[in-house]
Unconditional design. Structure first.
Length: 185
């Protein structure tokens, strides 16, 4: 029986980040320290309405990025102006937890984000409940994407869910992991 090794950022959280957050946020209980809960990746594919093969290529690419198979999202209602019928696939999403979540965050922070042209930092977009949303305009910043094979470049929405209910606590958590937020001018 083999013991699975923890992801690099998971080890970092257990060894350094948790104790650092306890001091910075003045938290006494270890279980009250904010941590990552899940990361959701979402790609909307409007071309899937007219061509069903497009969603298959997007699915393959998102599988390479995330390390697990995504699910197709379907239209909830029909919209005649967009030639959209209820139940048609219009995107793909994947939810990452545990080891895969930390591995994806490691690639995002240390490989993908530094490849963004004219990068000034990511904006502070929290939802009021301690969750962070990041919109990526071009998914070719990930090393897993082979842009010779992909016919079109898509955007990607990354939603990072934390156990914290406060935006300030979640921001400090992500800063400890190395999230490059924009500096206030």
């Amino acid at each position: 029986m083999s013991i699975e090794k923890k992801a690099r950022l998971e080890e970092l959280y257990c060894e350094k980040v948790r104790s650092s957050l306890m001091k910075k946020l003045n938290i006494k209980n270890v279980l009250a320290v904010p941590k990552l809960n899940k990361i959701v990746l979402n790609v909307g594919v409007k071309e899937a309405i007219s061509d069903s093969k497009v969603i298959q290529s997007v699915e393959k690419t998102l599988t390479r990025i995330a390390g697990q198979k995504p699910v197709r999202t379907k239209a909830k209602r029909s919209i005649a102006g967009f030639k959209l019928r209820e139940g048609m696939p219009i995107g793909v999403m994947v939810t990452l937890r545990a080891r895969r979540m930390y591995e994806f965050l490691d690639v995002l922070l240390n490989v993908a984000i530094p490849k963004i042209r004219d990068f000034q930092g990511v904006t502070v977009k929290f939802d009021g409940r301690g969750n962070y949303n990041l919109g990526i305009k071009e998914w070719i910043i990930f090393p897993e994407v082979d842009y010779d094979v992909s016919s079109k470049i898509y955007g990607l929405n990354v939603s990072i869910h934390t156990t914290s209910n406060k935006n300030e606590f979640a921001k400090v958590l992500l800063e400890e992991f190395g999230m490059p937020f924009k500096k206030k001018a």
